[in-house]
Design a protein around this ligand. Structure first.
Ligand code: IMP
Ligand code: MG
Length: 180
């Protein structure tokens, strides 16, 4: 596999480890929201799509799916200002909302989203993030976290580099020379 893709440094998280962790998160989330009615999962496109699909299929509480697409200005591996490319369709007023994201680096995306969604006055707002880099992101709250990962560029399981490598069932680390 890595032989086919010389730009992979290594497989950081294999498929079994991801699936195991997603199952644990789904169990934890289901237990926390039990008895509170339906929740709305808001998945951040494109990166969150695979994580959300696996997570949702393992939830044992009623839930609705919706999606938002965000973009940050700036070059490929540096975060800049955030804007909404696609807004959700459901009304989240007075609803329990769980944001599903692929990764938190600087936290700018999640911070922007939290402010934006809170302005719509949901009953509650929590965040579920698959991976977190050791960036300057402690100002944003991640309520459910899959994995802490090192400060490297990762691809697969929804994550891309210039739209490539999104659909691998694992998460791989790119060699620095592939993205710098
Ligand atoms: P933040 O706003 O700096 O927290 O960056 C979050 C966004 O940057 C994520 O939603 C991803 O789209 C993107 N991103 C950051 N690091 C990576 C990575 O290693 N691989 C793929 N996308 C990444
Ligand atoms: Mg993203």
């Amino acid at each position: 596999m890595t032989g086919l893709y010389p730009e992979f440094e290594r497989i950081l998280l294999d498929e079994a480890s991801i699936q195991q962790r997603v199952a644990e998160l789904a169990q934890e989330i289901s237990a926390d929201y039990r008895g509170q009615g339906s929740i709305i999962l808001i998945t951040i496109l494109k990166g969150g799509f695979m994580f959300a699909a696996d997570l949702a299929r393992r939830l044992t509480i009623p839930h609705y799916m919706d999606f938002m697409a965000l973009s940050s200005y700036g070059s490929k591996s540096i975060s800049g200002a955030v804007r909404i490319l696609l807004d959700m369709r459901l009304d989240i007023y007075n609803k329990h909302v769980l944001v599903v994201e692929d990764i938190v680096d600087t936290g700018k995306t999640l911070e922007y989203l939290t402010v934006n969604l809170n302005a719509r006055r949901p009953a509650s707002l929590k965040t579920c993030v698959l991976t977190r880099k050791p960036g300057d992101n402690r100002h944003v709250t991640v309520d459910y976290l899959g994995f802490e990962i090192p400060d490297v560029w990762v691809v697969g399981y929804g994550l891309d580099y210039a739209e490539r490598h999104r659909t691998w069932p694992f998460i791989a680390e790119l060699k620095p020379e592939a993205y710098s």
